[in-house]
Design a protein. Sequence first.
Length: 165
Amino acid sequence: MSEALIDQFVETWGAMGNSWGVNNSVARVHGLLIITDRPWCIDELVERLQISKSNVSTSLKELRSWNVVRKVFLPGDRREFYACEPDAWEMLFNIMRQRKQREFDPILASIATTCEQARQCPGGIAVERLGQMKQMLDTFDRLAGMAFKSEAQIKALVSLLPKKK
């Protein structure tokens, strides 16, 4: 694969990560590991991406906490190498689980608490709207729970969708 194509993907993945609230360096490290066919050591990532060693190290720690990057060892080499999760579906489900846990679950808990407290206030459109929001978020929560319980079923459902022309 050409260096220009790799660079283009890394920068696109970094920009997309930024728009989703992911640190640019984290997304760029992840992008490089996605688009290349080999594990990388920290020093190689520093040189290739032109970011500091501490930034690469922090990025790898974050990516490992999301279970989208793993540490690998190469025979005869004492350095630690890092590779991307090879299965794109597994990577997607890992990201979805982490985002749900870190972002969605706290919002759901806050809405539930707010709704409980709002029920003690005189009724109104705002209280009704909060109840609707809680119901909607509870539905999304149940759907996410179903998806995470049976990833094979989700993949099977997706395979039934019409192919893009």
